[in-house]
Design a protein around this ligand. Structure first.
Ligand SMILES: Cc1cc2nc3c(=O)[nH]c(=O)nc-3n(C[C@H](O)[C@H](O)[C@H](O)COP(=O)(O)OP(=O)(O)OC[C@H]3O[C@@H](n4cnc5c(N)ncnc54)[C@H](O)[C@@H]3O)c2cc1C
Ligand code: FES
Length: 262
């Protein structure tokens, strides 16, 4: 439970309110993280927040943080050389898709951050990769430095709710992009992260198209405190999402999510 000091080695502004921090251990690195897992990041004197890894390079951790409140704002203000406390790794990891399967990534806004490692790993695999992302506005787009590389190797489609002058892409819900997704629904693993209504709508469409519930995996968020399965804050039905999630397939998450919606 004691945070380990990590130094901010790099800070990259992704959009107006979102920053990617690269964190390097001061002395002792935490055990290796796997894509999909999360850390509790402690902004000294402010507080802690759960943040998924958006990349892992050796013992360097990358976290992409959207400023929404006091902890995430403090983390976004951190500059290279500043110190941050880190606990983890916590939770479940993204599964490895069966060899030869296509990969479909569907993200809403900051939900693209936990999915970034899935995209990076899938670019090196055989099989098709389709990335569908929905943002509220064009200015919220993440990872602009990496998009050209992704686009060379994968299908990347971006839609927005509210276009601004100059936007030439699609407008509307990310689910509308599913019709043009370059993946075989009978041989596809789908990775989802974003607002829950967006994930529910996407799951409904994927099930209708024949993707099995076990092949639809989601990263879920709940209020988290301990991160270790002790306090019960992150309960979703029979699941403690810090321990049994955040990555859960629809076969396990569907029922408790439907109950929590009622
Ligand atoms: C497993 C897990 C992984 C996460 N990964 C990431 C990540 O990679 N990048 C990232 O930017 N955020 C991520 N989050 C969300 C992040 O933890 C919260 O944004 C953060 O805890 C907010 O804390 P705060 O003190 O800054 O804001 P608070 O003061 O706690 O909240 C400020 C406002 O934001 C709203 N808010 C708080 N938490 C959330 C949330 N989870 N979703 C939507 N609105 C929220 C509150 O209702 C309030 O209106 C993750 C959450 C979980 C559980
Ligand atoms: S955050 Fe404490 S049990 Fe999950």
């Amino acid at each position: 439970m004691t945070p380990v000091p990590y130094r901010v080695a790099d800070r990259r502004q992704e959009s107006a309110d979102t920053v990617t921090l690269t964190l390097a251990p001061a002395a002792h690195a935490l055990p290796p993280f796997r894509p999909g897992q999360f850390a509790m990041l402690y902004a000294f004197g402010v507080g802690e927040a759960p943040l998924s890894v958006s990349g892992i390079s050796g013992n360097l951790l990358h976290h992409t943080v959207r400023a929404v409140g006091k902890v995430s704002e403090a983390l976004c203000r951190a500059e290279p050389g500043n110190w941050i406390g880190v606990r983890g790794p916590y939770g479940t990891a993204w599964p490895t898709p069966p060899a030869g399967d296509d990969v479909l990534v569907v993200a809403g806004g900051i939900g693209l951050a936990p999915l970034r490692p899935v995209i990076v790993e899938s670019l090196a695999r055989s099989g098709r990769l389709s990335v569908l992302v929905g943002y509220r506005e064009p200015g919220e787009q993440l990872f602009p430095a990496e998009l050209p590389l992704w686009r060379r190797r994968a299908q990347v489609l971006v839609t927005v709710d509210r276009p601004t002058p100059g936007w030439q892409g699609p407008v509307g819900l990310v689910t509308a992009l599913l019709d043009t997704a370059d993946c075989r629904t009978d041989r596809c693993t789908a990775f989802l992260c974003g607002p829950e209504p967006m994930m529910r709508a996407t799951v409904g469409e994927l099930l209708r198209r024949g993707v099995p519930a076990e092949r639809i995996v989601l990263s879920l968020e709940r209020n988290m405190h301990c991160g270790t399965g002790w306090c019960g804050h992150c309960q979703l039905g029979p699941l403690l999402l810090c321990r049994d999630g955040p990555v859960v397939d629809w076969a396990r998450a569907g029922e408790p999510l439907s109950v929590s919606e009622r």
